[in-house]
Design a protein around this ligand. Structure first.
Ligand code: GLC
Length: 477
């Protein structure tokens, strides 16, 4: 099968969140199953020259977007059986940020149009195009409106994957003709419109042959008002083509047995090495504590989605207990300040690194006993799976992918792989944190088993990649 994968970020080249990880690992897994997989991504100036030096310039083209006619270079790179095409336009992608520019709608409309426009130049016709999130939501829209009737493009199918329904690409009606080059009739018909605005994600849900999202639970949740961010009715109407497929992680990349970033390698067969990582991590973070002190890790973007208001509500109570909290991340000023202030009050108990760092993240996975992820909603969540692989026991709220990957520990049977609470309630969270610390302190055998079970869990892409193939096959027919 010829699979075209379109994404606005892709690890290891450029990544701001989970989408980057998925785009960096799913195509690889699909290619390993014998498919012809090609990934399309913008050539941002942020991509390290260590990579771009290895790209080869393939084509020059021009792409029409509304009244504009824009240059479009294509650079190629091959790795792990996957072909990568980077779309080059310095005006759009040589910026200080990946997202958050004043003209994001235009930048990603340009990208979505370009990837379709260059296909004849590449002399490659995919069977199916899988695009992701609002940034590439215009791919199925442009395909249906402007490409489907051209002979070269005949019969290509589109699949749209939702990684987070909170970000939809909502813009005023005026951008439709002027920027996107789409006739206003498609606003009047309702196709491009939602709540009086242009809504790219909504249009993609309607236009694509199939819609997927990144866990079975989230696929159900987004059909409800609480989780749907106003698109729940659109998803209910399109539920016949909606599939929830759990993400995998790159198990070669996240492997404590050969991870060069951590202090000492370990795994299910030599789990003792984890303690070395814990003691070194405490030292690195300037915290007091020994092997009997529970260490809780958090690696997260500081946004409301991640449940940080729950942490805020009980942070002092948490830190009055005999625990250590090691936080890595950045985002909303309010939460950055909250952790820095806590650091001032409890310098020996909490460490807060306000930044993103892959190296420190892996050291936290390896050195912590527990991993806290109390998300308000979580389409899939990758950190809890990585944590489990590193033997850090997740404490999560039962939502989305967290619910699908973490089962609560049952004391008397030893079943489960973590701790969880259902309601979005700070004291419920505090209660399970204390429960986890209790098991850690007083049920050492139970805890050892938990850690071993975690390390052995299989979060590779295998089965999920098969599920994507099934969806692609079902739309190709
Ligand atoms: C988004 C979601 C996260 C998911 C990731 C990859 O970042 O918030 O839950 O794991 O996309 O699909």
């Amino acid at each position: 099968m010829k699979i075209m994968y379109v994404t606005s970020e892709c690890a290891p080249f450029v990544k701001t969140g989970g989408l980057g990880d998925v785009a960096g690992s799913l195509p690889k897994a699909l290619a390993a199953k014998g498919h012809d997989v090609r990934v399309f991504c913008p050539l941002y100036s942020a991509i390290d020259s260590a990579f771009t030096e290895k790209f080869t310039h393939l084509k020059n083209a021009y792409v029409r977007l509304g009244w504009r006619n824009q240059y479009c270079g294509v650079q190629e790179y091959q790795a792990d059986g996957v072909t990568f095409y980077f779309i080059d336009n310095e005006y759009y992608f040589s910026r200080t940020q990946i997202y958050g520019e004043y003209d994001d709608a235009e930048r990603f409309a340009y990208f979505s149009k370009s990837v379709l426009e260059v296909l004849p130049d590449l002399d490659w016709k995919p069977d199916v195009i899988n695009c992701n999130d609002w940034q590439t939501a215009l791919v199925p829209v442009y395909y249906n409106l402007m490409f489907a009737s051209r002979p070269f493009y005949d019969g290509i199918k589109t699949v749209f994957t939702i990684h987070n329904i909170q970000y939809q690409g909502q813009y005023g009606r005026e951008i439709l003709e002027y920027v996107l080059g789409i006739d206003d009739a498609h606003f009047r018909s309702g196709f491009m419109a939602m709540d009086g605005d242009v809504n790219l994600m909504k249009a993609a849900i309607v236009a694509a042959s199939a819609v997927t999202t990144v866990s079975p639970s989230y696929a159900e949740e987004i059909k409800t008002e609480y989780y749907g961010y106003r698109l729940d009715s659109v998803l209910r109407m399109n539920s016949h083509k909606l599939h929830g497929i759990l993400n995998g992680i790159d198990v070669d990349l996240f492997n404590p047995m050969n991870d060069s970033k951590i202090f000492k390698n370990y795994g299910p067969r030599n789990p003792q090495g984890k303690l070395v990582n814990k003691l070194k991590l405490l030292e690195l973070c300037g915290l007091e504590g020994d092997e009997n002190t529970p260490v809780i890790g958090m690696v997260t973007r500081f946004v409301d989605q991640k449940g940080l208001d729950l942490v805020e509500a009980v942070l002092h109570q948490m830190l009055e207990d005999d625990v250590r909290l090691i936080v890595l991340g950045k985002g909303d000023w309010r939460y950055e300040q909250m952790f820095l202030e806590a650091k001032r009050l409890y310098p020996a108990k909490i460490s807060a690194s306000i930044m993103f760092s892959g190296d420190l993240a892996n050291r936290i996975y390896a050195g912590s006993d527990m991993f806290l992820m109390p998300s308000k909603f979580e389409p899939c969540g990758l950190a809890q799976m990585i944590a489990l692989r590193y033997g850090s026991i997740p404490i999560v709220r039962e939502t989305g992918g967290l619910k699908d990957t973490v089962q609560a520990f049952v004391d008397y049977t030893g079943a489960g792989n973590g701790f969880s609470f259902a309601s979005y309630n700070a004291h419920d969270m505090l209660h399970v944190i204390r429960e986890a610390c209790g098991v850690f302190r007083y049920n050492k055998d139970g805890w050892k088993k938990l850690v071993l079970q975690g390390m052995k869990s299989d979060f590779s892409w295998g089965t999920s990649a098969d599920r994507y193939i099934e969806v692609y096959q079902s739309v190709i027919g």
